[in-house]
Design a protein around this ligand. Structure first.
Ligand SMILES: [Zn+2]
Length: 330
């Protein structure tokens, strides 16, 4: 028998008020480190001060997040090699810690303060470098501690962006299949199944559910499984198709008008289904879901491009990286 092995997160803890039990969670998983360093933002440190005071960290690094240069600078203060980095924050903080841990070859866990994208367990960091958002391949975290009560308290717009990012797996999987059929690109059926199933996991919900523990749990698990699909495929392929290229093109062409990654991806997903996937597409179904989730309201508020600009975005998306998608055929 032959098997393919996959590294799964050693820690996947999901529950109410579990962040304060960080030390117990590490001990239960037989994880011992000389030092723990918390990396978070000033805002989150102040907001969750009472909880963080219950934990012991050798050091606390306060960063803004999302910047390549800032991550490298913050990294210089870390000298101990036996340290666990604890990334507490949204995608920007987590992405910065990913780069730090990867460059210094350190272990890190993520404690998401919200769920705005699949950064919590993906092997990719998106950071601003030389004025542009760029992707960096990094090692996935040791684990995730998703404190439902903390995530529940985060702005609903961020959670809706997370839904947009997760649901877009359906589009990414279609593009991967297309590349397989048209170009013979190799596919990994297991990674594809993980991406599809996780992408569908939040479809039954409505906007009224978004503060419920069940929804937060399904969204967190879905994003982790989506990240796992990428780890297994050794590529972002299972969770990043034409809709992601469109989002990257917006970041590239209109950095001052860009919004949350997950919302841009959701907008790109709609556009691709409506205009390019023919004759069969999921545009109507997707519209109904986005309306019910009020994701459409967020998209309409934040993303307003003229037809000429949309054309520019599509043209840029086609050339932004060497990835065969439905846009390649347009
Ligand atoms: Zn994404």
């Amino acid at each position: 028998m032959y098997y393919k092995t996959i590294n799964v997160p050693i820690v996947l803890e999901l529950g109410e008020d579990i962040f304060v039990h960080l030390d117990d969670i590490l001990k239960e998983n037989h994880l011992y480190f000389n030092e723990k360093i918390l990396v978070t933002s000033l805002e989150l440190r102040n907001l969750y001060k009472s909880r963080l005071d219950k934990l012991s960290f050798e050091d606390i690094l306060l960063i803004k997040g999302g910047s390549y240069d800032e991550a490298l600078e913050a990294m210089n203060t870390i000298t101990n090699k036996e340290v666990l980095l604890v990334a507490f924050g949204g995608g920007s903080i987590i992405d910065a810690v990913k780069l730090m841990a990867n460059t210094l070859d350190l272990t890190y866990i993520t404690v998401p303060s919200t769920l705005s994208n699949d950064a919590i367990y993906s092997p990719i960091a998106r950071l601003l470098k030389d004025g542009k958002k760029q992707s960096f391949g990094v090692k996935a975290p040791l684990g995730i501690i998703a404190d439902v009560n903390i995530i529940k308290g985060s702005p609903e717009k961020l959670l809706l962006a997370g839904v947009g990012d997760l649901v877009s797996n359906a589009s990414a999987v279609k593009d991967w299949n297309l590349a397989h059929i048209d170009k013979g690109e190799s596919i990994n059926n297991f990674a594809m199944a993980l991406a599809s199933l996780s992408g569908n996991s939040v479809i039954p919900y409505t906007f009224n559910d978004i503060r419920s523990s069940r929804f937060i749990g399904d969204l967190a698990n879905g994003l982790v499984i989506s990240g796992l699909a990428m780890v297994l495929a050794n590529s972002s392929r299972p969770a990043s198709g034409a809709e992601h290229l469109i989002s990257h093109a917006i970041d590239d062409l209109f950095p001052n008008r860009s919004t949350l990654h997950g919302l841009q991806v959701a907008w790109g997903h709609l556009l691709v289904e409506r205009d390019f996937r023919k004759p069969e597409n999921d545009y109507e179904k997707l519209m109904i879901f986005f309306e019910r989730m009020k994701i459409l309201d967020e998209i309409e508020r934040d993303i307003t491009f003229s037809n000429g600009e949309i054309e520019q975005i599509i043209n840029r998306a086609k050339t932004i990286r060497n990835r065969y998608t439905i846009l390649t055929k347009v």
